[in-house]
Design a protein around this ligand. Structure first.
Ligand code: GUN
Length: 297
C-alpha cells in the first residue's frame, strides 16, 4: 500500500527553495546594491502560456526581484521579436531572459533561442549552455532537470555510483538530465522509443526519471523495489466524468508508489518546482554578470 512517507512533495520543496532565494536576493541587495531582474516574453495568447507567465511574474516579485513582462501580439514578426531580444540583451537591469515556448508557427524557435545572450539564458536552451553543461563548465542549466537533480539530492544525499535510467531523450529534459546525473557520478542510461526491453532497463534503476510524454506508460513492475522515481510527465487524459479531464504522469502512480522508495506525484511533484528553479537561475545569472560570489541555493 502507498504511505505518504514515500511521496516527494514538490510544492513543499518549491516553497523551501523560494524561501532560500528570497533570503539570497535580500543579501545581494544589501551587500551589492544589486536587484536581479527577469524578463519574460510571451508572443500570442496561448491560455496555458498566459498562466505560466503570470505565475512567473508573481513569484519573481514575491522573491524580491524585478520582473519585466513583454506581451506581444500573435502577428509579431520574427525580426520584431529578435529586436526585442537585442534590447533585453543590452539592458543591464535584465539578468535573465525567458521567451515562452511554444512560439507561433511563423517564428523559428531555434533562431530566437540562439539570439538570447547565453549568460542571460535562464532556460539553459542556448547551444553554448548545452556545451558548457556537457563539459562541466559553469552553465545556465534547464530548469526542469536541474530541479529534478535538486529533489534527488535532497532525498538521497550523495548520488555517486547509483544506476540512473532516464526514459526520454529530449533537449529540454532527457539530455540535460543525463549530463547532470553524470556530473553527480551516477551510471546513466538514456532510454527512448527504440530501446529494446524497456521494462528490464527500467528495473536496473536506483533512480528512474520518466520524461516521455506518454500517460502512465511506466508500470509498477518496471520499478526496482526501493527505487526513487521522478515523473516529469504532464499528460491530460479523459476523466471519470463525461467531458472532464485529469492530469497524469508518465508513470502509473498507484502501482509505482507501492514499489518505489520515493516518488513524485502528478500533479504536485516536478511541476511546482520548475518556476522556483527559474528564479534560482536568475539570481545565479545576476551574480555571474556582476562578478560577485554565487549563493548556494
Ligand atoms: N513553455 C513551457 N515550459 C517552458 C519552459 O520551461 N521554458 C520556456 N521558455 N517555455 C516553456
Amino acid at each position: 500500500m502507498t504511505d505518504r512517507k514515500n511521496i516527494i512533495d514538490g510544492k513543499a520543496f518549491a516553497e523551501g527553495l523560494r524561501a532560500r532565494i528570497t533570503e539570497a536576493v535580500a543579501t545581494i541587495k544589501l551587500d551589492h546594491a544589486l536587484v536581479p531582474g527577469l524578463a519574460v516574453v510571451l508572443v500570442g495568447e496561448d491560455p496555458a502560456s498566459q498562466v505560466y507567465v503570470r505565475n512567473k511574474a508573481k513569484q519573481t516579485v514575491a522573491c524580491g526581484m524585478q520582473s519585466f513582462e513583454h506581451r506581444l501580439p500573435v502577428e509579431t514578426t520574427q525580426q520584431e521579436l529578435l529586436d526585442l531580444i537585442d534590447r533585453l540583451n543590452a539592458d543591464d537591469a535584465v539578468h535573465g531572459i525567458l521567451v515562452q515556448l511554444p512560439l507561433p508557427d511563423h517564428i523559428e524557435e531555434q533562431a530566437v533561442i540562439d539570439a538570447v545572450d547565453p549568460d542571460k539564458d535562464v532556460d539553459g536552451f542556448h547551444v553554448i549552455n548545452t556545451g558548457r553543461l556537457a563539459t562541466g563548465a559553469a552553465a545556465m542549466v534547464p530548469c526542469t532537470p536541474l530541479g529534478c537533480l535538486m529533489m534527488l539530492q535532497d532525498r538521497l544525499g550523495d548520488l555517486s555510483g547509483l544506476e540512473a535510467v532516464i526514459v526520454g531523450r529530449s533537449n529540454i529534459v532527457g539530455k540535460p538530465m543525463a549530463a547532470l546525473l553524470i556530473g553527480a557520478n551516477c551510471t546513466v542510461t538514456v532510454a527512448h522509443s527504440r530501446t529494446r526491453n524497456l521494462p528490464d532497463v527500467c528495473r536496473r534503476a536506483d533512480i528512474l526519471v520518466a520524461a516521455v510524454g506518454r500517460p502512465e506508460m511506466i508500470r509498477g513492475d518496471w520499478i526496482k523495489p526501493g527505487a526513487t522515481v521522478i515523473d516529469v510527465g504532464i499528460n491530460r487524459v479523459p476523466g471519470a466524468e463525461e467531458g472532464k479531464t485529469r492530469l497524469v504522469g508518465d508513470v502509473a502512480f498507484a502501482e509505482a508508489a507501492a514499489v518505489a522508495g520515493a516518488i513524485t506525484p502528478v500533479p504536485g511533484g516536478v511541476g511546482p518546482m520548475t518556476i522556483a528553479v527559474l528564479l534560482r537561475n536568475t539570481v545565479v545569472a545576476a551574480c555571474r554578470q556582476a562578478g560577485i560570489a554565487e549563493p548556494t541555493i
